[in-house]
Design a protein around this ligand. Structure first.
Ligand code: GLN
Length: 487
């Protein structure tokens, strides 16, 4: 078995026991990246030199007994929208194509304190806007299960890198599904935590009221361990929550007896691929056999989540992306006449089509005359969606459904019809609108051999419940990895 097939926690143990030196694990990952990147393109930046230097430093600290985290010495890949001091951070956009931050995002800093080795930065949809990782200015990422298909998005680079065995785990960000959907498409596990659990300091903002950083890994144990490491209260993020229940690994218990699981009927209607439906319902059956109480119910308002999300996310994006004007950061157009012309040309040349579409849409819904009709209405809808979840969680410990309506589409199929692509976010975005935690775990493959993801949604701050159920479900099946992982 190659080193790259180990989970992060398994590797961490071997490092601690002195069985695998950190430099060897780092070299294994760097070599895997070198061998597979031509096929996958999951990285924007690979920091070979920096990673090997970190590996040596971390090894010394482990030897001295200064680093005891289960992740000490384990190489990780970070989505390219999290700032890393001295390391290019592009958001997969031309406009940040030369941006080297002077500071490191809090989540990454927490990993570094635990002794993580940063291998590099992963590809994504430009500014995290998309569901396929095809809108990157640095070329699309491909799905390691079948390179004719997309890896999902926007954290497609992170999920593909884990699935291909180019790193031991990765960080992604999730504004409307960007951890859970590509995890589902790539057959890996990902968690979107409760809003406020992981600091957004240093995460380049897309929709600030929705964005959360979370782990992507081979299994639930890894995800719980990573989340425990990156979660922190941070005064630099005004929406950061002080929690004393972030010992997520305590929930790795194989027991779902008496847990009440609700299945929204509204999630299993039109548009859901029958193979995805069967796999997800089979997973629900497994949990029932283990003693969970599984029941169907009506969640309601599901059809309003997509319009509300795209109004709110675009409104926030149009404001967040104002700062990229050629003055303070990144790219500036070569020739211009005066300040306004410089702004205009820089932004026209620096942003891709999807980002421009969303800035325009966002500016429109915030403009006077349309603000009440669109933006305020979307905020009211968001509040109603939260209420519908609150009602569901009075009765259920968690909600079970698919992570996405289909398996990974072919490359080139999605961008021509953006509305259709937006509709693919149906099962993930309401979780962000309500600030809830959600996990995607692999639950099978379809007849094309592409992975299917099961999503468990918890009430705010109830990560432990969904981690426990996901862990219990995981015990009922073998972990299956992409053919590329074994290479
Ligand atoms: N696909 C959604 C969007 O494009 C979600 C993206 C995300 O979670 N970053 O907005």
């Amino acid at each position: 078995m190659s080193l790259m097939q180990l989970t992060a926690v398994e590797l961490g143990k071997k490092i601690k026991e002195g069985e695998v030196p950190v430099v060897e694990a780092t070299e294994a990952a760097l070599n895997a990246i070198e061998a597979k990147e031509d096929k996958i393109n999951s990285f924007v930046t690979v920091d070979r030199e920096g990673a090997l230097k970190q590996a040596e430093e971390v090894q010394k600290k482990i030897d001295a007994g200064e680093l005891t985290s289960p992740l000490a010495g384990v190489p990780v890949a970070v989505k390219d929208n999290m700032c890393t001091e001295g390391l290019l951070t592009t958001c997969s956009s031309k406009i940040l194509g030369n941006f080297v931050p002077t500071f490191t995002s809090e989540a990454v800093l927490n990993l570094k304190k635990a002794g993580a080795v940063i291998l590099g930065k992963t590809n994504m949809d430009e500014f995290a806007m998309g569901s396929t990782t095809e809108t990157s200015a640095f070329g699309e990422t491909k799905n390691p299960w079948n390179t004719e298909h997309v890896p999902g998005g926007s954290s497609g680079g992170s999920c593909a890198a884990v699935a291909a065995g180019e790193c031991f785990y990765a960080l992604g960000s999730d504004t409307g599904g960007s951890i859970r959907q590509p995890s589902s498409f790539c057959g890996v596990t990902g968690i979107k935590p409760t809003y406020g659990t992981v600091s957004r300091y240093g995460l380049i903002a897309y929709g600030s009221s929705l964005d959360q950083i979370g782990p992507v890994a081979k299994d639930v144990t890894d995800c719980a361990t990573i989340l425990e490491t990156i979660a922190s209260h941070d005064i630099k993020d005004s929406t950061s929550v002080e929690r004393d229940d972030t010992d997520f690994t305590s929930a790795l218990v194989d027991d779902v007896k008496g847990m009440k699981i609700g299945i929204p009927k509204d999630y299993f209607g039109e548009g859901l691929d029958p193979e995805v439906k069967d796999a997800v319902l089979a997973a629900a059956k497994k949990l029932e056999e283990k003693g969970a109480i599984v029941e169907e119910f009506e969640l309601s308002l599901v059809e309003y989540a997509i319009p509300a999300y795209y109004v709110i996310a675009c409104a926030e994006a149009s404001s967040n992306l104002e700062r990229f004007d050629g003055v303070k950061y990144g790219y500036r157009t070569k020739e211009y006449e005066g300040l306004h012309n410089m702004y205009k040309k820089t932004r026209s040349e620096g942003f891709g089509a999807e980002v421009k579409r969303r800035i325009m849409l966002g500016s429109f819904v915030l403009s006077s005359g349309y603000y009440d009709a669109y933006y305020l209405k979307a905020l009211r809808t968001k509040a109603l969606i939260k209420k519908a979840f609150d009602k569901a969680f009075e009765k259920y410990d968690m909600i079970l459904g698919p992570a996405a309506p289909t398996t990974a589409p072919k490359l080139g199929e999605s961008l021509s019809d953006p509305i259709k692509m937006y509709l693919g976010d149906i099962y993930t975005i309401s979780v962000n609108l309500a600030g809830l935690p959600g996990i995607s775990v692999p639950c099978g493959v379809d007849s094309k051999g592409l992975p299917i993801g099961l999503q468990l949604i918890g009430d705010c701050f109830q990560e432990k419940k969904i981690i426990q159920a996901a862990y219990a479900y995981e015990q009922t099946r073998e972990l299956v990895f992409s053919p590329l992982l074994a290479e």
